[in-house]
Design a protein around this ligand. Structure first.
Ligand code: AMP
Ligand code: MG
Length: 362
């Protein structure tokens, strides 16, 4: 397949978005059925999952899948994740399901982990960006599961944000980025985890994490003997390798203001001196910190705490909405504290690194 980036630059066709409000825990079937009918007819819909909001289309409808790339301004060489509601749909997508995948599925699905498997020829190249592999997951969210089931087809979806922007963890974020660029937005409150799924490649010699997420390395090691961590997952800068997950080479998750990430020792003191330098230049400075440290920064900074370090999943949950909050209040620069890369903090740090314009290490 010849891949070019023209869709990303083509002017998107405006549509009138239908916003469908549903209860996230007990969604109304008739409301979901209206959207499912749209999916079957080749329309695209934003929907909540337990990680972030996704923008979905019928996996097997190439025109519908292309609309996702157009609406997001997404480069065509960044593949999508196929979402299924039941294991029986795996057969439609994956050429083979290795034993190790079965063990992981049994333990973690439905849930926030995406598996990379060899693809069936029937999965369109547009979904996988021409790769011989496909990304699959079963989301643990009643709305997502019902939508996939009622659509009678696996749903291919990336996150429901404009390409490059922080992922949407609330319907209001989707509305801000994609209103009148997509056919439907299912609005069902905040997404529980707030960071995207872990991506685990099972087509390599050893299971390899391409993107860290809510299912942590520590979780995986309860069922796997070993786990490799790809360079892309570490998101060290500058990232020069060939992107294993093609999307990983682009800047991601970015708030409007440049974000300076402080890593290493004495993070607070070093972040503070960077902040003070910018304040002296008359800039509006945003600080991304935690409950334990928030009071240590000057009051004339715009300070956002992600929560207490003793609640890592809360910190992850608040990450993207906080990056978007800095856009709303309008700061000139954001100084962010790096976190120790353990558990779900590995995922948070990965997103911060990718969102950053500069990392200061010591
Ligand atoms: P998003 O959740 O918006 O980041 O979009 C889906 C993610 O899945 C992107 O980071 C893709 O690079 C990744 N992905 C999808 N298919 C594959 C694949 N076959 N191999 C590796 N990564 C993939
Ligand atoms: Mg995304």
């Amino acid at each position: 397949m010849i891949i070019n980036r023209s869709y990303a630059h083509r002017r998107v066709e405006m549509v009138k978005t239908v916003i469908v409000n549903v209860d996230p825990i007990n969604p109304d079937i008739s409301a979901i059925d209206g959207v499912a009918k749209g999916i079957r007819e080749g329309k695209i819909a934003a929907f909540p999952t337990e990680t972030v909001y996704g923008l979905g289309a019928d996996t097997f409808n190439v025109d519908a899948v292309r609309k996702i790339f157009e609406a997001k301004g997404r480069p065509l060489d960044n593949p999508l994740i196929v979402h299924i509601y039941h294991e029986k749909q795996l057969d439609l997508i994956a050429k083979e399901v290795p034993e190790i995948a079965k063990v992981l599925i049994e333990r973690f699905w439905p849930g926030p982990i995406t598996l990379i498997l060899p693809k069936k020829p029937s999965v369109p190249d547009e979904v996988t960006a021409g790769l011989p592999t496909v990304a699959v997951r079963m989301p643990a969210h009643p709305v997502a599961l019902l939508l996939i089931e009622r659509s009678s087809t696996p749903i291919a979806a990336p996150s429901a944000n404009l390409s490059g922007r922080p992922s949407p963890t609330d319907a209001s974020h989707v509305v801000k980025d994609l209103l009148d660029r997509v056919d439907y937005i299912i609005s069902a409150g905040k997404t529980p985890f707030g960071v995207e799924s872990t991506i685990l490649d099972l087509t390599k010699d050893k299971p390899t994490i391409l993107r860290p997420g809510p299912i942590t390395v520590e979780d995986l090691l309860t069922v796997l003997e070993e786990v490799e961590i790809s360079e892309a997952a570490l998101a060290e800068r500058p990232y020069k390798g060939i992107a294993e997950a093609p999307g990983m080479k682009y800047r991601h998750y970015s708030p409007e203001a440049p974000l300076i990430l402080i890593e290493g020792e004495n993070v607070v003191d070093r972040a503070k001196s960077v902040a003070i330098k910018y304040l002296r230049e008359g800039r509006r400075v945003g600080i991304l910190t935690c409950d334990e440290n928030v009071s240590k920064y000057p009051e004339n900074c715009y300070r956002i705490s992600l929560g207490s370090l003793s609640k890592p999943y809360t910190i992850a949950h608040n990450l993207f909405s906080s990056l978007r909050k800095f856009d709303e209040v309008g700061v000139d620069v954001i100084v962010a504290e790096g976190l120790p890369s353990k558990g779900i903090f590995f995922a948070v740090n990965n997103r911060l690194r990718k969102a950053s314009s500069e990392i200061i290490r010591k």
